[in-house]
Ligand binder design. Structure first.
Ligand code: AMP
Length: 507
């Protein structure tokens, strides 16, 4: 995928993009930005979480003139929250160009909005009704508008804003660019586009089953295969899922991961195709009854499972294709709850992972594997929370007399510390496991602290340098594939394991 510089952005905008921490354009950005920069009208099917705001925000801040005080760009959004959020992101993007943005929404005092509009702004992000009011009152002059964006058009229609939107659109200059963003494309949206857009280009981010669910925060961790289990444990220690499903590629991996997790004190259950129906039911019963917090599963075994309140879906192994990714992560974020989808990707699998990301149109954020210090800090917090909860529950009365007695000879702080140490020992796993775990943790820590790669080499003509963070760099001996050039056939002597086919056979 192109990087932002290849999109031909101004240095001020590139700087703003870098300030926001965006490393490369999301799929909708890669497709929409060039079209919008070329002045085309656009219909984009993309939902929250795909990076759609910057997909129209970047062209807005690129194309508008900071030296002209007229309103040149209008974004209509369904809710006050979204208007504020979009205005904030456009403000960030346009910062170094000196563009001014204001959110205008119902419920806020008019006086403040009059002032903001009078002060001269180039971009207004508004809810339709309130903008219409300003137009009628003559307090928002839209005669200089060059770019109009309808954000979450389907939501605006659902909320009954159609007439207001049409009022705004019909009062804008004919010579303008219009972009419509919507998660779904029902007929009324298509009608609206047909009436108010001129020869629009269409960008659809097709995912196998519509689009991935917006309530799900998606992250990925890049880690070599040999450190993956340890990385999983750290992520679990920090995330503390109250109910998580961990997907593995093979039955063998399901068994290994389940066993490993149990050895670390997790209440994990396994399901895969080799297990009898009764064993599977027992595993799921443990999960439903709160006796287990993690279910480790293959895709096939998890098919049709309906477990409520899954807080985390963890792809310990990459799914075999984008459709499976969508299926898997769709198990969390249900019924209006938020959910987390975490994916472990080895450097080897980066290309495959990017393909999944591109095909689902999802924005999957890179996340750092927690360091040992972060895990320790989180454990400290959790321990403190547990102590506080016992205190709050008043379950301490029967031990007070004992503590008072011990206090005659010892400092109460020492006594409390000893009591916590005792409780922690009782929770811990046995010594042998612990030393193996410590070894694995030290190895992961050493990998996390490996020296940074040397500065990027110059770009070679005809060959795209894709940056040091996206997979093994050529100089990274440890993670370097054994052969350069095109990937060897899967399963060949030097190639990666034949994952796809072997996995399919597993269940
Ligand atoms: P949106 O779909 O616009 O609501 O964006 C979803 C989230 O992705 C926001 O928190 C953005 O800040 C973030 N985001 C948007 N574009 C990128 C990008 N190219 N790289 C990383 N994060 C991004």
């Amino acid at each position: 995928m192109a990087d932002f510089a290849e999109l031909g952005l101004r240095p001020e905008v590139l700087r703003a993009v870098a300030d926001l921490g965006f490393e490369e354009p999301s799929p909708v950005q890669a497709r929409a930005i060039p079209l919008l920069m070329a002045g085309r009208d656009l219909i984009a099917q993309a939902m929250t979480g795909t990076g759609k705001t910057a997909a129209f925000g970047i062209p807005l801040v690129e194309r508008l003139d900071p030296d002209n005080d007229a309103i040149q760009g209008v974004v209509l959004a369904p809710t006050r929250e979204l208007a504020v959020q979009v205005a904030e992101q456009i403000h960030q993007l346009g910062r170094h160009r000196g563009l001014r943005v204001v959110p205008i929404y119902g419920g806020q005092p008019y006086e403040r909005q009059f002032r903001a509009l009078r002060a001269g702004v180039q971009i207004v992000v508004a809810t339709p009704g309130r903008l219409m009011d300003h137009m009628r009152r003559g307090t928002a002059d839209l005669s200089g508008v060059r770019i109009m964006v309808l954000d979450e058009a389907d939501e605006m229609l659902n909320m009954g804003f159609l007439e207001d939107i049409e009022f705004v659109l019909s009062h804008l200059p004919e010579e303008r660019q219009t972009a419509l963003f919507s998660a779904t494309m029902p007929d009324p949206i298509r009608d609206l586009a047909a009436r108010y857009l001129t020869e629009p280009e269409t960008v659809t981010l097709g995912s196998p089953r519509g689009t991935t669910v917006e309530a799900i925060a998606q992250r990925y961790y890049e880690v070599p295969g040999r450190h993956k289990f340890e990385a999983l444990v750290r992520v679990l220690d920090v995330e503390q899922p109250s109910l998580g499903i961990i997907f593995c590629g093979t039955k063998r991996a399901v068994d290994d991961v389940t066993e490993g997790l149990r050895a670390r004190g997790y209440r994990a259950e396994a399901i895969h195709g080799d297990m009898s129906q009764m064993m599977r039911e027992r595993a799921i019963g443990a999960l439903r009854g709160g006796r287990a917090e993690l279910l480790v599963a293959t895709d096939v075994a998890a098919r049709g499972l309906d477990i409520e309140q899954v807080t985390h879906v963890i792809n310990f192994d990459l799914p075999q294709d984008p459709e499976y990714y969508v299926h898997r992560i769709g198990r969390t974020g249900r019924a209006g709850r938020s959910g987390e989808a975490l994916t472990f990707v080895t450097p080897w699998e980066m290309r495959e992972f990017r393909f999944i990301e591109r095909s689902t149109g999802a924005r999957i954020r890179r996340a750092a594997i927690p360091t040992a210090a972060e895990v320790a800090e989180r454990e400290r917090e959790l321990l403190a929370e547990r102590v506080m909860s016992v205190l709050r529950n008043g379950a301490t009365a029967r031990y007070r007399a004992l503590v008072e007695e011990l206090s005659e000879d010892h400092d109460p702080v020492d006594i409390a510390a000893a009591a916590i140490a005792m409780a922690e020992q009782a929770r811990g796993s046995d010594g042998a496991d612990r030393s193996a775990a410590a070894q694995a943790s030290a190895e992961l820590e050493a990998w996390l602290r490996r020296p940074p790669p040397p500065p990027a080499p110059p770009r070679l003509s005809g060959q795209r340098y894709s940056g040091p963070r996206r997979g093994p760099a050529p100089w990274d001996r440890e993670n370097r594939p054994e052969r350069r050039g095109p990937l060897p056939p899967r399963g060949g002597p030097n190639g990666p394991p034949r994952r796809f086919t072997s996995r399919r056979r597993q269940d």
